[in-house]
Write a protein that binds this ligand. Structure first.
Ligand SMILES: Cc1cc2nc3c(=O)[nH]c(=O)nc-3n(C[C@H](O)[C@H](O)[C@H](O)COP(=O)(O)OP(=O)(O)OC[C@H]3O[C@@H](n4cnc5c(N)ncnc54)[C@H](O)[C@@H]3O)c2cc1C
Length: 483
């Protein structure tokens, strides 16, 4: 098959680019190695839409973070992505930190971030009474928010697919060859043949490399290595709803050790998230360690002394795509016309994702892609979230469709109707966690202990055999055989 553009990787970067390209009359395909979208770093991070005061002024990170956080409110509203505009604090604990807070404020001004102020201890206590008495000042950035990162990725990807983009899952790119342009779209002077590990082939005139921690390896398939991804793992605690309210804003400490500082924050699903640390690791190493968790626990207590980490319902880790460059690497590869890297997309990559599509389009046009806006583009998406409805709306919904009257996940009040809607959605889930990412079944206190068997049964009703069902990624089988 021949395409105008092939996007390698369907994390939030690839999905956001696909969403933007789907506004134009283009043949676009996304090639994703895993069985679902949002399977890489996008599913395991802090979920913060950063205000944008942190990155070095003038860097791509600074420009795209500022633009991304500006675009985020409207895009989240249109695409029905769970988000809360909480604001964030960066807390200082001594004179050195006070200086850092002032520096961050100054950097924020240079990055044109609005609605920031530096608070004194009594102002801090008034807004966040559970914070430590030892905090000496804090940078308050009112435009920061918390978002569901995997739902954001799904929203971009689903809308792109709805508007004609093709998504090929289980397509792990393992070779890319420059081919004569006659074998692709003759309009263009560049063409690539992309082959998966299983031998499936796709031709495309332009290629976007959005392969996360593997972007350096994808780059090396078409050009000399010019950077390396140096993965860094960050671990977390996720606390039960019972902890919610202990803080109402994202509470950072001053940046240290390659992180934006250990945070305690509400999530958009009313949990509390605590983390991350930063440790050099392998690309796929998402293990959690007692050492890492103890370190995070200690720092979290420094900010919020009364935090009860025994309310933890899950620990997890994500891997940052840090690179040998000090910025996002977003550019056409000089020796490979039409091949564009979106590499080293570390934090604030999620925040910047809202602007990544625009950046990609600019580079693609510069590289020669012809674009023409579609006459019809579906730019909205709406989901039913049963527990957020009024009593009246719930009654009516159950009357119209009785499956919304059957609660499958009791911890999160997720109904069979919502799971069936997920199973019928345009990018169908094929695993238990795929359903969790689409409708939150299994996200609560019991972490799927009670609802997983029913979710498995529903997956089987949709055509999967019991021994095909996976917890998440390929190979994570749950049921080994019949007795
Ligand atoms: C601990 C931590 C905390 C963070 N916190 C924040 C935050 O609060 N706010 C923020 O803005 N950012 C944050 N980030 C950064 C943010 O999560 C990332 O920038 C973002 O998720 C990167 O998305 P991506 O699509 O580039 O990469 P990924 O999500 O990793 O997606 C890459 C995709 O490419 C696929 N792929 C890889 N190789 C191949 C191949 N050969 N063929 C086909 N597909 C392939 C993968 O399967 C994957 O789906 C954090 C990151 C970490 C690790």
């Amino acid at each position: 098959m021949s395409y105008d553009v092939a996007i390698i990787g369907c994390g939030v970067t690839g999905a956001a680019i696909a969403f933007e390209l789907s506004k134009y009359n283009l043949k676009t395909v996304i090639l994703e190695a895993e069985n679902d979208v949002a399977s890489g770093t996008t599913k395991a991070n802090s979920g913060i839409i950063h205000a944008g005061y942190d990155p070095r002024p003038g860097s791509l990170m600074a420009i795209l973070n500022a633009l991304g956080s500006e675009y985020a409110p409207e895009l989240c509203r249109k695409l029905d992505v769970p988000v809360k505009w909480t604001g964030s604090f960066v807390c200082a604990f001594d004179k050195k930190d006070d200086v850092t807070v002032k520096e961050l404020y100054g950097r924020g001004l240079k990055n044109r971030i609005s609605q920031m102020e530096i608070l004194n201890p009594s102002q801090i206590k008034k807004l966040e009474p559970n914070l430590s008495d030892k905090i000496t000042s804090a940078l308050y950035a009112k435009t920061a928010g918390v978002v569901s990162p995997w739902e954001l990725c799904l929203a971009f990807a689903e809308t792109a697919v709805l508007n004609g983009t093709e998504l090929k899952r289980n397509f792990k790119v393992n070779s890319i060859k420059k081919i004569p342009c006659e074998q692709c779209n003759k309009e263009y002077k560049n063409a690539y043949e992309i082959t998966s590990g299983k031998g499936e082939k796709v031709n495309a005139s332009f290629v976007i490399n959005a392969a996360g921690v593997y972007a350096d390896e994808i780059h090396s398939l078409v050009a000399k290595p010019s950077y390396k991804i140096k993965p860094s793992r960050g671990q977390y605690f996720l606390l039960d709803h019972e902890a919610s309210g202990i803080v109402n804003r994202v509470i950072f400490q001053c940046p240290s050790n390659g992180t934006k500082g250990v945070l305690v924050a509400p999530t958009c699903h009313d949990n509390i998230i605590v983390g991350p640390d930063a440790e050099a690791t392998e690309k796929d190493d998402i293990a959690v360690t007692s050492q890492g968790l103890n370190y995070i626990a200690e720092l979290a207590k420094k900010s919020v002394p009364s935090i009860d980490l025994s309310l933890s319902i899950r620990n997890f880790a994500g891997v940052r795509a840090n690179s040998t460059k000090d910025d996002f690497i977003i550019r056409e590869v000089p020796e490979s016309k039409g091949f564009i890297d979106f590499a080293g997309i570390k934090s604030p990559g999620l925040s910047a994702s809202f602007a990544m599509g625009e950046a990609a389009l600019m580079l693609l046009e510069k590289a020669g892609l012809h674009i023409e806006q579609k006459k019809r583009f579906i730019d909205t998406r709406k989901k039913i979230r049963f527990k957020e409805l009024s009593e009246q709306e719930k009654k009516q919904l159950i009357k119209d469709n009785y499956t919304y009257g059957r609660v499958v996940c009791r911890c999160e009040t997720i109904t069979e109707g919502e799971i069936l809607a997920a199973l019928n959605s345009i990018i169908k889930p094929v695993s238990v966690d795929g359903i969790k990412r689409r409708c939150n079944a299994g996200m609560g206190r019991c972490q799927g202990g009670f609802c997983s068997p029913r979710v498995i049964k529903l997956l089987m009703d949709f055509g999967l055999e019991y021994d095909e069902i996976m917890q998440d990624k390929n190979g994570s089988y749950i049921i080994a055989g019949e007795l």
